[in-house]
Write a protein that binds this ligand. Structure first.
Ligand SMILES: *Cc1c(COP(=O)(O)O)cnc(C)c1O
Length: 399
């Protein structure tokens, strides 16, 4: 068992799951992994080996992609702003850019950088399970407002840029009625003048079923077919063939990873039973952040049999009352039916691969947990447990 070898808390990835999800998306001409979902360079380089391209939303993500062996042309910097480091890296390596604000065009021009451009469109409406993940509309900061697209494309062309790709990341999930609105918005916004257009990027946002027993994942064939027909109509508008690109984060990695924790305390609070484990929202923040649901299971340390099912609240070690894994949106703490467990038993939090380790922090001076890859019957460490020394590395003691 990985926990015996590496102790807990511990992220354990199964690369076979990622590979399976990649294969399902093979009909798209380009699969661009949105690495922010889970950016370990070991995962990135394996995905690169399977032909994927990669998205980078910051200077640090460009560095990761380069370190993982992606050639610059297979990286795309997608953001609404440049900071100094990002602009310098884009310039140094000639990395294609997906522009989310018109200012970025002027900044590229001023820096004397000529790279292939994508423009991210805000079509004027969005979608998302909470305002925190909504990616379109007047309240969203993402993308170029649709009414300004034509002028920006013209300006880019005048400045000598080629606008290769138009991009929308709205994330309709499995809501196909909404998706058809997104598809028609994309078609209606393609500027006829955009002769250099090579690719339509449909963004990410493909959903994953976190609850057991829910119908698994989405109808990918239908999703592909809707975009494929749209691509054909767009080809007619611009007068040549265009490619289809998809940009999933969550879909590729969510189910590939569990967060293995150990139960440190079992206690009653009035009528409620609590399991306190050795991981908190410093490891997995999704429940505290969005009230996200994760399936939980127990592996007893000593006995072979699971205890009877009881109602439990599962919480972490942090000095923060929202450090609870069983909560709903708005911070409502709820209980979960789990086997009766003892101190020392393992508690496994499932489907933690997307926005799990990636969102971890050092709050409460807790160390970042190690990451382990399970592949072909073997566990390999792909990130070591952080050390206290490393945590304190940049702090300066001025006596
Ligand atoms: C976050 C992000 C994605 C991936 O979103 P998922 O919901 O994880 O699929 C794709 N594209 C862009 C531009 C993003 O910011």
């Amino acid at each position: 068992m990985a926990v015996e070898q590496f102790s807990s808390p511990l992220w354990v990835y199964d690369f076979g799951v990622i590979e399976k999800r990649i294969l399902e998306l093979r009909s798209f001409d380009v699969i661009r992994y949105a690495q922010k979902a889970s950016p370990n360079i070991n995962l990135l380089s394996k995905m690169g080996g399977l032909g994927l391209e990669v998205d980078a939303v910051s200077a640090g993500e460009i560095v990761r992609a380069l370190r993982a062996g992606f050639s610059p042309s297979r990286i795309k910097y997608t953001a609404d702003v440049f900071d100094k480091d990002a602009l310098a890296l884009v310039k140094e390596h000639s990395i294609p850019v997906n522009i989310g604000s018109p200012d970025m065009l002027w900044q590229l021009h001023e820096a004397g950088v000529k790279v292939p451009l994508t423009i991210r469109i805000n079509p004027g409406f969005g979608h998302g399970h909470s305002q925190k993940v909504n990616t379109g509309g007047e309240l969203s900061k993402h993308g170029v407002w649709h009414g300004e697209l034509d002028a920006l494309v013209k300006k880019a062309m005048q400045l000598g840029f080629s606008v290769d790709c138009l991009h929308m990341h709205i994330g309709s999930g499995s809501d196909f009625e909404h998706l058809s609105q997104v598809v028609s918005a994309m078609e209606s916004m393609v500027p006829v003048a955009c002769k250099s257009l090579k690719t339509i990027s449909v963004g990410g946002g493909l959903p994953v079923s976190y609850k057991r027993g829910e119908q698994n994942n989405m109808d990918l064939e239908k999703y592909y077919n809707m975009w494929d027909s749209s691509r054909k109509r767009i080809s007619n508008i611009v007068g040549h063939a265009v490619q289809l690109e998809v940009e999933p984060g969550r879909y590729l990695v969510a189910e590939s990873c569990v967060l293995a924790t150990e139960i440190l305390a079992v206690k009653k609070m009035g009528n409620n039973l609590f399991y306190l484990v050795n991981a908190g929202f410093t490891d997995l923040v999704r429940p505290a952040f969005y009230g996200a649901y994760h399936h939980i299971s127990i592996i007893p340390k000593k006995s072979k049999e699971l205890g009877e099912l009881v109602d439990v609240i599962v919480a972490g070690p942090l000095c923060e009352s929202c450090d609870v894994f069983t909560q709903e949106e708005g911070g409502v703490v709820v209980s979960r039916k789990l086997p009766l467990a003892k101190v020392g038993d393992l508690l496994v939090i499932h489907d933690a691969g997307a926005y799990g380790s990636a969102m971890s922090s050092n709050y409460n001076s807790r160390l970042l947990a190690p990451e382990i890859l399970w592949e072909k019957g073997e566990f390999t460490q792909i990130r070591k447990r952080q050390t206290f020394e490393h945590m304190l590395n940049n702090e300066v003691c001025n006596e």
